[in-house]
Write a protein that binds this ligand. Structure first.
Ligand code: PMP
Length: 427
């Protein structure tokens, strides 16, 4: 007998707060019952009721090769059979560190951790330890994980649930975090003219993906780079989402911006808990055991996670990989835009590499304020109608979407046809 999503959700709510282990999974902002998944293969996954969905969430970004890619699964099985964890150095950790430094020229050294949150938190501590300063700058609507210092006017679930600044963060901690407007060059200049000598670091998503997708203006990132250099602050690019997702050279390559530190996650672990922070050697050498900044992890560099990451990074280096992924993603956003236009629906969309944003507004947004000025009710109706048609988009208007290499032309065409039908009924 099959069990229903509703039954599982009710049981889960008894034992897990809100029934979920990460808030956006609860479908609270779109309404309805979260789907409990059982199995995934390529671009598709299946829920406990036997329904099939085309997946445009990809576990929130990691699954650039789709679900259960045979080569990745094979490497994971092989690694697991040799031992799940050693808590001691392995050759594979060295190999992935070397590869990350080869692929991203701004990385001279890298340290592996298990989540993007840990990477962001560690990079902030390192920047503070290196500079001897406390203040940091972040931008409204950017999400860098749930570290206290970074959970101030944050995006993603924090934004979805209307608590962009979390309870439980001491005012003293949040007080060191200055929050500025994304893409606001004048605001950044002003903050540095007033506090430049106190700022340890600026942390920014070079393409924001946690307030839907918002592209940085090149001048914005160039200004942040110049201000950090001028004032002795560190520029931290959060490429947890964009890293090896928007292109092999990541967002820093697309924008030609060299950060002092980068944080990575998602794709580099291929669906396993793996993330990293790295950058300038002189900064990274402040970390224990060499220097005074402490950072550690029982499962850091876990061999099974590293095996998934190494194979994923190997696959995405295939010639033409990102050209094809970008073309496929653009096919989706162009198709949806055309379908909306044909039916007089106010809608826009854009893609960068394998990442996309869908907006129920005339133009893609350039700022947090413009993101807020979109029709969220229309998004919620669209989300549910697509879900019914077997297409799974992120259950929030504030998240970017992802296409994988496993999505075929036919999958994209099916998605566009479903949207066209929904738009023709009047969203
Ligand atoms: N930074 C960015 C840009 C992210 O998108 C996320 C997660 N969505 C994080 C950091 C935090 O990563 P994790 O969920 O692995 O802690």
């Amino acid at each position: 007998m099959t069990i229903s999503n509703q039954q599982l959700f009710e049981r889960s709510q008894q034992y897990i707060p809100g029934g979920v282990n990460s808030p956006v999974r609860a479908f609270k902002s779109v309404g309805g019952t979260p789907i409990f998944f059982e199995r995934g293969q390529g671009a598709y996954f299946w829920d406990v009721e036997g329904q099939t969905y085309i997946d445009y969430v990809g576990s929130w970004g990691p699954l650039i090769l789709g679900h259960a890619h045979p080569a990745v699964v094979g490497k994971v099985q092989e690694a697991a059979s040799l031992g799940m964890s050693f808590g001691a150095p392995t050759r594979a950790e060295l190999e992935i560190a070397e590869l990350l430094c080869q692929l991203l020229p701004s990385l001279e050294q890298v340290r592996l951790v298990s989540s993007g949150t840990e990477a962001g938190m560690s990079a902030i501590r390192l920047a503070r330890g290196y500079t001897g300063r406390s203040r940091i700058i972040k931008f409204e609507g950017c999400y860098h994980g749930h570290d206290d210092a970074l959970l101030v006017k944050a995006g993603s679930g924090a934004l979805t649930f209307g608590h962009p600044s979390s309870a439980g963060v001491p005012a003293e901690t949040a007080g060191h975090t200055m929050v500025l407007d994304y893409n606001d060059v004048a605001g950044a200049k002003q903050a540095f003219s007033e506090h430049g000598s106190e700022i340890a670091a600026v942390i920014v998503e070079p393409i924001a993906g946690n307030m839907n997708l918002v592209r940085a203006e090149p001048a914005f990132l160039e200004t942040l780079r110049a201000l950090c250099t001028q004032h002795g602050s560190l520029l931290i690019l959060d490429e947890v989402m964009t890293g090896f997702r928007v292109g092999l050279e990541c967002a820093q390559g697309l924008y030609q911006i060299k950060p002092d530190l980068t944080i990575l996650g998602k794709v580099i672990g291929g669906g396993m808990p793996l993330a990293a922070f790295g950058g300038r050697r002189d900064v990274m050498q402040c970390l224990a055991p060499l220097g005074p900044v402490y950072q550690a992890g029982t499962l850091s560099g876990n061999p099974v996670a590293v095996a998934a990451g190494l194979e994923t990074l190997r696959q995405i280096q295939a010639p033409g990989f990102f050209d094809k992924l970008s073309a496929q993603t653009r096919q989706l956003t162009d198709g949806l835009t055309a379908a909306a236009k044909k039916n007089g629906v106010t809608f826009s969309a854009q893609a960068v590499g394998g990442m996309f944003g869908l907006y129920f507004r005339q133009e893609p947004p350039k700022s947090f304020a413009e993101v807020m000025d979109s029709d969220r009710e229309a998004f919620n109706r669209f989300f549910h109608a697509m879900l019914k048609a077997g297409v799974y988009f992120a259950p929030s208007a504030f998240e970017a979407g992802f296409v994988s290499a496993a999505h075929s032309d036919a999958d994209i065409a099916k998605t566009v046809a479903a949207a066209e039908h929904i738009f023709s009924q009047g969203i």
